[in-house]
Design a binder for this molecule. Sequence first.
Ligand code: 3HC
Ligand code: NAI
Length: 654
Amino acid sequence: MTVTVSVEAPLAIVQVDNPPVNALSHAVREGLMNAVREIESNDAVKAAVLLCKGRTFIAGADIREFGQPPKEPHLPDVINAIEACSKPWTAAIHGTALGGGCEVALGCHHRVAVPDARLGLPEVNLGLIPGAGGTVRLPRVIGVDAALDMITSGKPVGAQKALEMGLVDALSGNDDLEAFARNHARQTIDSSVASDRPAFPPAEWNDEKWEEAIGAIRKKARGQQSPVEAALAVRDACTLSLEDAQRAERERFVKLRDGDQSKALRHVFFAERQTAKIDELKDIAPLEIKAAGIIGGGTMGAGIAASMLLAGIPVTMVERDDEAADAGKGRVFKTLEASHKRGLISDEKLENLKEAFTASSDYASLADADLVVEAVFEDMAVKKQVFDALEKHCRADAILATNTSYLDVNEIAATAEKPERVIGLHFFSPAHIMKLLEIIRTDTVSAETLATGFALAKRMRKIPVLAGVCDGFIGNRILASYRKQCDYMLEDGASPAEIDSAMRNFGMAMGPFEMQDMAGLDIGWANRKRLAPNRDPNERYVKIADRLCELGRFGQKTGKGWYLYEEGSRKGKPDPDVAAIIDEERAKAGISPRSFTEEEIQNRILQAMTTEGKNILAEGIARTAADIDMVMILGYGFPRWRGGPMFAGGVKDQ
Ligand code: 3HC
Ligand code: NAI
């Protein structure tokens, strides 16, 4: 039974048991509806406690049911029935009360929670709005400002904050929730344990204030509909009657649920959870990582080191000499201190993490490392030298990883005495923030080494995606085809600003040219020079980027790139010198420029990405289309609400 009612007069204990997260499946909705009837009709029952078995309170509607025809009883009716019950219900919350789960709790007359519980309405992340009264009830309980923030951001709040907001009435201890809730429910029988409620609707939320708030939310949403719809629903809650607001909320919910954006975001929800599920690694025990080494303390080495320290792994960093080691240490400490400043780690933790870090110029200091990640210059000869030194100084069973962006990891592994220990771990910059980790499988890597890579990702709270060896793996290879398409359109008549604007309007965090200016044009230039000897002479090659690099225009760091940057500004302006170079190259190629619509730019880029993704799938470089979507969303700013380039291009896994 997914929902049971046990009567211990004067209380009825309603328990939901629907593993893994007590989602509101049809059986749970039906069970709750029956529970209301049973409680209403039993005179011995004076109050009810709603609690959940397992690791969490109800974590929301059952997302898997959204694609199917809805079955009665619908959730809003269940919650209305709980709210209308003549006996008070107390929700006893542990784990997470999310989405429909939070709405069920809001339908209950009282709420208590354990201190580490979290409550939230994350529907916007699924392209939805709360669809069972959340937008109507939450502003009445915690006020419009707080509710608008919670509902449009989708961010949950911790129990302590929920208590301060009035979202829960009281906190129990972490271990005595049930007893505490029973006690609370008993008190609700005679006395009305009514909590203070903010005045509703609040006078200050006039038309002007709504216009302003909704405008700001629309801007931030960059094309995603759900946050805007969520705000409109909260406005309805303030301006319409309770019943009309609930009806309007449901209409918005159903429209979004059946729309493309929610389908895409639901795809992403499940895609994110399947990247680490590799059948062949299911029964393979990973090696324990008690200590790690990092070679190179530049942008990536320092970021990876900080990220590992924050995950509780002691790190030894090796640089070329003592001065470089000191500089690397400085970068690591700066990142840790920034986390401390933002309140993410305590004073004591900061000191402990600093103590768990050593910087050195001596490879002998890596004797205890269980895993070493190399993040030195992107140069095969340098990487091979580093791997030689690692062979000499590391334990025979230590895992040796490279963070290379493009180089052939098979070639690196071939030089190792034990190639089964060599793997690619491709982190993204800034490594302590970016969630993506491409795990590069060489031809010779052992299952144990791979399993350790996945376990490390989990510990570092990264989302791992398995990729085979090829130039640029999954992400950088697709990026290269995307950029190539941009270069073609540039030479054919579009301007950098037109392409950037089209892609921002597509939902990308940044346009391709402004992105290059931020990251530095020199990286791509070095890579193009490396690939030049093997380039097909018949393939179209656009020289504009090379011409900029030859002039030392490397982007923001040199004040000039695709755009011109005034002293201290990160916002570029179109540069007539760049336009002149583009014109020259067009003339040399015999091209008379034509105009491009925004839609054509967007379609051509999407198609280029999808096509390269299909090649990557066909070659077995990626496991699934969903994995490719995750790489592009998490690592390259592809809009989540479009589901990734494969989903958006109509390529789905079977
Ligand atoms: N429906 C169906 N399946 C769900 C689910 C849901 N709401 N939430 C989680 N699951 C599944 C996951 O897919 C996963 O399945 P798998 O084991 O087959 O991969 C399993 O439950 C465990 O989930 P996680 O791996 O995510 O477990 P965690 O412990 O890391 O996280 C969680 C738990 C915080 C509850 C997280 O799963 C989560 O955020 N879930 C989604 C919550 C949500 O968005 N709720 C709103 C739903 S929409 C809604 O309620 C509409 C309403 O307003 C009408
Ligand atoms: P970087 O130039 O910032 O840092 C490289 C560091 O390696 C320097 O501090 C240098 O002193 C050190 N180094 C060079 N040779 C060494 C040696 N023999 N022994 C010890 N240390 C040595 O470079 P960055 O950007 O950190 O890149 C490092 C690697 O990570 C490259 O392979 C790059 O392709 C890859 N990468 C870079 C990303 C980025 O966005 N910058 C993203 C993902 C991967």
